[in-house]
Design a protein around this ligand. Structure first.
Ligand code: UDX
Length: 440
């Protein structure tokens, strides 16, 4: 099949590369010539395990190509994926200008039947707006060309996006056009060989499904974070409570890890957007409001612990910070807890020496030449001479460090662990003062 993917960000590039990998001809369009140049030179503009190899393999095979030419792109694929960003505007609602611009370009230049697929996370009702914009463009040039709009939300986790695309739990297709549904079935055939994973529903339900999934997961995390904070006061250990409830199949094991708050490009944005949609439609989503404010508070939790230990005034102190990315296996720092923590430390007069296996370039971009933030190439260098160690991201390489060395290198043998990576009993034995989340 011939496919166009509009947007070579995270979702677009992963989708385009994986669709090419099963034999389709895929053209990826981006308005940013820099991104296209990077791709044409054999690189990728994001960090995602396994993606570079797939992109290179399919470019070499002639199945994957890139362009900035909107007209060529609109004429290329029978299926046109829209996978552009929907950044939150000031009031928290998703900004649809890129989605609608992509739709407009398709309407302006398409020359035959098109299935226009919304992959971006968009508010319920966007499918109708995309349809209206395309119809408007067709009418403006007096063209009578059939098309269908489909909602096909992505459920890709950063760091595991290729795997998630190749082996999806489910494929949601929101559509009411039979021809479009058949094409989507054919397109996703190679990704559901073991059993049927494609769920067909109406466009609005598909759009809401995406928000519902992310909001549910965010709710679980905020719930566990609240219980973790309570555990500290009660003298309970949230890790044991997690195991105690996760073994109930009705609850399950996933997304029950307490920590220093969720970040990333999806949960914070999607929860906000859903709250906003609720408000616009006369529903105050009380639970989701609380999920969001609990998460904002949780990002301050480590700093509260630091202040409780060392006092409000941290001037002259230096903290080792392990992890900048919002989670492991990505360099993404969007809404990352590390940003809040660093800002709070600086405000109280402290400095930080940070280490992250991949996100340090991103941090340099975000913090510019911030003099209070230094970077080192090895985790142990950060610890050397620091007052205490703060762990923000659970990278695998932090799982089993040399605690003897850490204790000797720190001015105070104190670890603030926002990801509960270590066993408090072992830390006690090692003579490390250990502050986890909810390890009462
Ligand atoms: C998420 C969804 O999982 C994915 O399906 C959707 O398409 C996009 O949003 P992503 O943002 O990449 O994916 O990361 P995810 O692994 O879900 O983690 C989100 C945040 O929650 C991270 O900050 C993570 O540290 C935090 N988290 C996750 C917890 O604090 N506790 C948990 O138990 C799980």
């Amino acid at each position: 099949m011939k496919i166009t993917v509009v947007g070579t960000g995270y979702v677009g590039l992963v989708s385009g590369a994986c669709l090419a990998d099963v034999g389709n001809d895929v053209l990826c369009l981006d308005v940013d010539p820099n991104k296209i140049r990077v791709l044409e030179e054999g690189g990728i503009p994001i960090h995602e395990p396994g993606l570079l190899e797939i992109v290179r393999r399919n470019v070499a095979a002639g199945r994957l190509s890139f362009t900035t030419d909107v007209e060529y792109a609109a004429r290329y694929g029978t299926i046109q994926f829209i996978a552009v960003g929907t950044p939150p505007d000031e009031d928290g609602s998703a900004d649809l200008k890129y989605v609608l611009a992509a739709a407009r370009n398709i309407g302006r230049h398409m020359d035959g039947y098109r299935v226009v697929v919304d992959k971006s996370t968009v508010p319920v009702g966007t499918g109708d707006r995309v349809e209206a914009v395309i119809a408007e463009e067709l009418a403006a040039r007096g063209a009578d060309i059939p098309f269908a709009v489909v909602s096909n939300p992505e459920f890709l986790k950063e760091g595991a996006a290729v795997e998630d695309f190749m082996r999806p739990d489910r494929i949601i297709v929101g559509a009411d056009d039979k021809r479009a549904i058949d094409l989507m079935r054919q397109l996703y055939g190679p990704f559901q060989r073991s059993h049927e994973k494609l769920l067909v529903m109406d466009v609005r339900s598909a759009e809401l499904t995406k928000y519902a999934a992310n909001a549910m997961l965010a709710t679980r995390i905020s719930f566990m974070n609240e219980l973790a904070n309570l555990s500290e006061t009660l003298g309970a250990d949230i890790e044991l409570v997690r195991q105690g409830i996760g073994s109930d199949p009705r609850i399950g094991w996933h997304f029950l890890y307490a920590g220093c708050g969720y970040g990333g490009s999806c949960f914070p944005k999607d929860v906000k957007a859903l709250v906003r949609t609720g408000r616009e439609n006369g529903h105050d989503l009380l639970l989701l409001n609380a999920v969001e404010s609990a998460n904002d508070a949780q990002k301050l939790r480590l700093v509260e612990k630091i202040v409780a230990r060392f006092g409000e005034d941290l001037s002259g102190m230096r903290f080792a910070l392990w992890g900048l990315a919002f989670k492991p296996n990505t360099d993404d720092m969007r809404d990352a807890p590390s940003r809040v923590i660093l800002a709070e430390l600086f405000q109280r007069g402290a400095t930080a020496v940070a280490y992250d296996p991949v996100a340090m370039d991103e941090a340099r971009r975000i913090f510019g030449d911030e003099p209070r933030l230094l970077y080192v190439e090895r985790p142990m260098e950060a610890v050397e001479g620091a007052d205490a160690l703060v762990i923000v991201t659970e990278w695998k390489e932090f799982r089993s460090p040399d605690f003897e060395r850490i204790r000797a290198a720190l001015k105070h043998p104190v670890i603030f662990d926002g990801r509960n990576m270590y066993d408090p009993a072992i830390m006690r034995e090692m003579g490390v003062e250990y502050h986890g989340i909810g390890r009462g």
